[in-house]
Design a protein around this ligand. Structure first.
Ligand SMILES: NC(=O)c1ccc[n+]([C@@H]2O[C@H](COP(=O)([O-])OP(=O)(O)OC[C@H]3O[C@@H](n4cnc5c(N)ncnc54)[C@H](OP(=O)(O)O)[C@@H]3O)[C@@H](O)[C@H]2O)c1
Length: 328
């Protein structure tokens, strides 16, 4: 099988396309013939050795795929030919997603709805689960509240905008270019701000009549976090999702106190270990929203597997919108 292998940590150029023997799947694993694989921002961090999870070298990156089942343990409930989507364990990526074949634990495999394409399925789970847990579990977003989504045209941002609208919130999105601002509007944002050319703090205050945003969904950090605390509402919640800006901001406890707001962290992957029972209900709710036409992965770029380094570089440099998908 063809797979992109990382033998030395570095940038996207450290990926090498190799022909490797698939071997037998580890006991209990579902083997999937990959049809599409998502590029996720953390993949770039992992390839560079900068992610919190550091797989042993050599490894095949990619934690999210869709495809057809090749083989599965009888107790898993899957059979050859089933159309599935799966998240792969980032700690053991001997058979990661940038590949023709991937292995996944049965608990992280789910059947694709008939109407869902392989490209959509590869980009569905991670961003929508992250958005769901961030907005509902961590921030308790309520209908009628104002949600501010930073980097709204990005992967998790594009999911958060749609989930915010589906939850009955007024959604303000920010993005780093006019093209991305247009994407945020297409995704359903009520207001969208180019935070490179406009002061989003003033815009949020203007839109909310000075009250501020009840929930801030922040995958960017750095200056964006520092500015967000200037427009957080009384009893607002800032959800820390990531640090694509490259700077981890410092939360000032005195400021949290005097303005009565909360800063809540979200590490979605930890739910799989600490509270796995919460994931299937979220998955069912997300599939219901998909079936109702309220959410849909925004796939902006489809590239063949052979273009994985270029696809990864596009995401790592913040140039992409929505999901970048490798097709196999
Ligand atoms: N906490 C969790 O459980 C969890 C789960 C999934 C992902 N994440 C994290 O969420 C973050 C976003 O992931 P994603 O998949 O949505 O990524 P993405 O699609 O690449 O979007 C990231 C966006 O961040 C913005 N950005 C600002 N400064 C940037 C910079 N210096 N370099 C690159 N991008 C920059 C860009 O949008 P603008 O141009 O609009 O600023 C970019 O489109 C990542 O840090 C990822 O690790 C966290």
């Amino acid at each position: 099988m063809r797979a992109w292998v990382v033998r030395e940590l570095g940038g996207p150029e450290s990926l090498h396309l190799e022909e490797i023997a698939p071997g037998e799947p580890a006991e209990g694993m579902v083997r999937i013939s990959v049809r599409a694989a998502a590029i996720n921002f953390p993949d770039a961090l992992m390839v560079a050795g900068l992610y919190q999870v550091k797989p042993e070298l050599p490894f095949v990156p990619g934690v999210e795929v869709s495809g057809e089942v090749v083989s599965a343990p009888p107790a898993s409930g899957f059979k050859p030919g089933d159309r599935v989507m799966a998240l792969l364990d980032s700690a053991g990526l001997t058979h990661g997603g940038y590949s023709e074949v991937a292995d996944a634990a049965p608990g992280s495999v789910s059947r694709m709805p008939d109407e869902m394409t392989f490209e959509e399925a590869a980009g569905f789970t991670l961003v929508f689960q992250t958005g769901w847990f961030g907005l509902h579990r961590r921030a308790g977003l309520k209908p009628g509240e104002t949600l501010l989504v930073h980097a709204g045209a990005g992967g998790v941002g594009s999911a958060a905008i749609q989930l915010g609208k589906a939850a009955g919130a007024t959604v303000i999105a920010t993005a780093g270019s006019d093209e991305k601002v247009a994407v945020c509007r297409t995704l359903g944002a009520d207001h969208a701000v180019n935070y490179k050319t406009q002061d989003f703090v003033e815009e949020v205050k203007r839109i909310t009549g000075g009250r501020g945003a009840d929930v801030v969904f922040d995958p960017v950090g750095g200056d964006v976090y520092d500015r967000s605390i200037k427009c957080i509402a009384f009893e607002g919640r800032i959800v820390i999702v990531g640090f694509t800006s490259g700077r981890i901001p410092q939360a000032a406890a005195n400021h949290v106190l005097i303005k009565n707001y909360s800063v809540v962290g979200l590490h979605w992957g930890l739910y799989a270990k600490r509270a796995p029972e919460l994931i299937p209900p979220a998955a069912r709710a997300l599939l219901d929203l998909y079936a109702a036409g309220k959410i849909k992965p925004y796939v902006s770029i489809r590239l063949p597997l052979s273009e994985a380094p270029r696809a990864l570089a596009t995401v790592a440099e913040g140039k992409s919108t929505g999901k970048v998908i490798l097709t196999v």
